[in-house]
Write a protein that binds this ligand. Structure first.
Ligand code: NAP
Length: 308
């Protein structure tokens, strides 16, 4: 009985049953004075909790006006497309990755769309870097409404040759990094917020290449999504979902062996590789109030690859 009581205590002791952690404490931890950007006071009513008038149309539910989205791995490929799309939907952006000059390019595109954007050099395998990225969002915007855990690396090494370091390095970024980011974000997210983890169809099936580390990390991310949804959906009002993309052209898929992508096309019912905008549309659904009753799921966006 004492053990059950201790467990229940642990479940409610982190930052209360519903509310986010103290923002003033967090800002103090960040140690950054508020210069330039006027910080909005903590709202009594989160945009996602406003009582909806019947006049709010279905398309308005997909909008992210006044929301703040953190996107990791936004320096290239899908992450850059996600950042642009979320900005187009009305969100301000906080972007993290290791290549700062490439992050700057994504920031310029976000700003061209009229949204504000902050970039922070971030290695998601470092819990401290993940905390610093969320701290930067709080310093600049005083809120985090959406987290997109997109940073990832892909390797292909035959299992008998893969070293512990090679295997661990992939897990460290693709799985552990998502957890460190989610932990940091969930401490400050208000009810109505959304976390979207970018998994892969390779978390659910195989596709010919020797990818034990990558597939393990992406399958693990589906489990992480399920468990965080269980912990946070009801208690904190934070939805946690994942996308499982099929094949989309990016710097990662550019490294595939010649002919590999072409060979995979026969498995895809749609008969073609995906356009990143098709994936970004699903992201907006999960990130916005349009997906307000969806949590704990992994949504495949793969042109029917898993069905074939
Ligand atoms: N493209 C596809 O077909 C496909 C399919 C399924 C899943 N995915 C997933 O989609 C996500 C994006 O991949 P992509 O295809 O767009 O490939 P990409 O162009 O290579 O993008 C990967 C991003 O992750 C960042 N990253 C890598 N290691 C990092 C680290 N330690 N800390 C912070 N950021 C890091 C990279 O930025 P820096 O190098 O600047 O750090 C880059 O911005 C990945 O999680 C990938 O597994 C892609």
């Amino acid at each position: 009985m004492a053990r059950v009581t201790a467990l229940l205590g642990a479940l409610t002791s982190d930052d209360g049953p519903l509310g986010p952690g103290s923002r003033s404490t967090l800002r103090h931890r960040a140690g950054v004075p508020f210069v330039g950007t006027p910080v909005r006071a903590h709202r009594a009513v989160h945009p996602a909790q406003r009582v909806r008038s019947p006049a709010v149309g279905i398309l308005d539910r997909f909008r992210l006006d006044d929301r703040v989205a953190v996107v990791t791995g936004a320096s290239s490929g899908l992450g850059a497309v996600f950042a642009r799309t979320l900005a187009e939907a009305g969100a301000d952006l906080v972007l993290g990755a290791r290549r700062e000059h490439r992050l700057g390019e994504t920031r310029a595109e976000v700003e061209k769309l009229g949204r504000r954007c902050v970039t922070v050099r971030t290695d998601v395998s470092s819990p401290e870097d993940c905390q610093a990225l969320v701290d930067a969002a709080m310093t600049e915007f005083d809120r985090v409404d959406v987290l997109v855990n997109n940073a990832g690396i892909g390797t292909a090494v035959p299992a008998t040759r893969e070293t512990p370091e090679q295997f661990r390095s992939v897990i460290d970024v693709n799985l552990n990094g998502c957890y460190w980011m989610a932990q940091a974000a969930a401490k400050v997210m208000a009810p109505g917020s959304s976390i979207v983890n970018i998994s892969s169809v390779l978390g659910m099936t195989t596709a010919g290449l020797p990818q034990a580390a990558y597939t393990s990390s992406k399958a693990g991310l589906i489990g992480l999504t399920r468990d965080l949804a269980q912990q946070w959906s009801g208690r904190k009002g934070i939805r946690v979902n994942a996308l499982a993309p099929g094949f989309f052209t990016s710097e990662m898929t550019d490294t595939y062996p010649e002919g590999y992508l072409e060979s995979q096309k026969q498995r895809i019912l749609a008969g073609r590789i995906g356009d990143p905008d098709e994936l970004a549309a699903a992201l907006v659904f999960l990130a916005s109030d349009a997906g307000s009753y969806v949590t704990g799921v992994t949504l495949p966006v793969e042109g029917g690859l898993l069905t074939s």
